[in-house]
Design a protein around this ligand. Structure first.
Ligand code: UN1
Length: 508
């Protein structure tokens, strides 16, 4: 497949006048998955205008009927399960097993929200005066602009798109251009599920045009909410932009997610957890493990077992079921990751499965499939002895690299866990419930795992972080309803006289 993908305005393809970029298969860079016509800021704003026009009629559709549309979407995704999973593998290099999990996450999200169409509860609230009743209603925010990354090209977008549409909003979605074929396949299912034209627009644009398009939309009063999943740096700019126009953003940003291994941990379990959390998805989840914080007394033993596991991990063709992970998802991410490899080469003792046990500046790319230069494959790397002042300790690498450090008291472990300033996901491996609870209470992370991977959150628990990981917004489950609806209150006085609040309040 190679086709030209364009943006939509009013549900119709927008003129493909701008620059074109290719979306490549990261396992074989000579396989062009799609060509994408990039939109300019005017097209972005035009999509917002059309969404604004279409939104009211959609909000008038009863919520249970919108729930039916979500149910249709879930069924359509199931009917296209294998094709969509295979496309995720081809376009962003995720293993087929993980790609299937990703597609399942959309189905789970639809399962949850189709029922919400019959709830979307408001409240009845007592009044301080007789013959008067108070109510609250959830009302849609209006138009939501959603900007997503390509590491979860369909599941994470569904966390925004499904509840936003269910709540009666119109949506302008800006997917990652390097995952455009996945985005287009998912968008097509959303249209087929029964979302009216104009209520759901897709805009492919580069960074500067997205920013300018959001700014134009906000200036014209066309955007009521921004949803953004991506880096902390871009998230800060987007949050600032939204705030300047008095609108809010739901920001799901990076993480430098810690995993603490206590002296009483089940080490084999911890090794499995660390391997999946650190190297699954080639380390390209916002919830991927960044740093292992290991108790002094088990450091040598744990490290030895983890090194064995890392050495035997298979990296390669993501369609092969024995593979732990495939390539990095795009050249841009690979270049950024190369910078970290260069840095550790000068600063650290590393171990991994490069064959020589050492990654050098000459061989960071593994090239397991076909021509070594053709795929964005990287060996897993463990970086030993990282310290809080190190770049590797502080920054998210978005690659198959895990730092290892040591601690002696739990207090110190919690301090190290939170030190990078993120606060997304944190894990502890321990057989002592007291340590588990102390860790949960001590860390700033929004999501805590006990004896489990930092990654792999289920789709109906609140998802989100604190500090540099976001602005406290939460996605998934009922909690995301607060992102896509606003509370409207109503008071109804049926006493037949003027009753003034605070002044005519009944006293006894
Ligand atoms: C992300 O990488 O942006 O918890 C989200 C997890 C997945 C979602 C990751 N369910 O790892």
């Amino acid at each position: 497949m190679k086709r030209l993908i364009t943006s939509t305005v009013g549900g119709q393809p927008a003129a493909a006048t701008g620059n074109r970029v290719a979306s490549l298969n990261p396992s074989r860079l000579d396989d062009v998955v799609a060509e994408v016509a990039l939109a300019d800021a005017d097209t972005f704003a035009a999509a917002c205008r059309s969404a604004r026009r279409a939104q009211k009629a959609w909000a008038d559709v009863p919520a249970p009927v919108r729930g039916r549309v979500v149910a249709n979407l879930g069924r359509l995704v199931e009917a296209n399960f294998e094709a969509l999973s295979a496309l995720v593998t081809r376009e962003v290099g995720k293993t087929l097993t993980e790609a299937r999990g990703e597609v399942q996450e959309i189905v789970d999200t639809c399962d949850f929200f189709l029922g919400e169409g019959r709830r979307l509860y408001g409240q009845t609230v007592p009044s301080e005066m007789p013959d008067k009743q108070l109510f609250t209603f959830r009302v849609p925010v209006g138009v939501a602009a959603i900007v997503t990354a390509g590491n979860f090209p369909v599941a994470v977008p569904s966390w925004y798109l499904v509840p936003a549409l269910l709540c009666g909003n119109a949506v302008v979605w800006k997917p990652a251009e390097y995952a455009a074929a996945c985005a287009e396949a998912f968008a097509e299912l959303i249209r087929r599920a029964g979302v009216p034209k104009g209520v759901f627009e897709v805009v492919y644009s580069d960074g500067p045009n997205t920013y300018a398009g959001l700014e134009a939309g906000l200036r014209e009063g066309l955007i009521d909410k921004i949803g953004f999943t991506g880096s902390s740096e871009v998230g800060a700019r987007i949050g600032e932009l939204a705030g300047r126009h008095l609108q809010s953003a739901c920001l799901e940003l990076g993480g430098k997610n810690p995993m603490v291994i206590t002296e009483d941990a089940d080490l084999d379990l911890a090794v499995h957890g660390a391997l999946f959390a650190g190297f699954g998805t080639a380390g390209q989840r916002c919830t991927s493990l960044g740093t292992l914080i290991v108790h002094d007394s088990v450091l040598d033993e744990f490290t030895r077992r983890l090194e064995d596991a890392v050495q035997s991990a298979v990296v390669g063709d993501p369609a092969d079921p024995s593979v732990l992970y495939g390539p990095l998802m795009s050249e841009r991410f690979a270049e950024r990751y190369d910078g970290f490899l260069d840095w550790i080469e000068d600063h650290h003792r590393v171990s991994g499965s490069s064959g020589t046990g050492r990654i050098t500046a000459d061989n960071p790319r593994a090239g397991f499939v076909g021509d070594p230069a053709a795929g964005l494959f990287y060996h897993p790397v463990l970086v030993h002895g990282v310290r809080p002042e190190d770049k590797i300790f502080q920054q998210e690498t978005f690659g198959p690299m895990v730092g290892v450090t040591r601690y002696s008291t739990l207090e110190e472990a919690i301090e190290l866990a939170d030190a990078p300033g993120y606060g997304l996901s944190a894990a502890i491996y321990t057989t002592d419930p007291r340590k588990a609870f102390e860790f949960r209470r001590g860390t700033r992370a929004g999501m805590v795992s006990i004896n489990n991977s930092t990654s792999g959150a289920e789709a109906h628990l609140p998802f989100g972080g604190n500090g540099r990981s976001g602005n406290g917004s939460r996605q998934s489950g009922v909690w995301v309803l607060d992102q896509f609806t606003r509370w409207q209150s109503m008071n109804w006085d049926y006493s037949g006289r003027l009753q003034r609040a605070q002044m005519d309040t009944l006293t006894i």
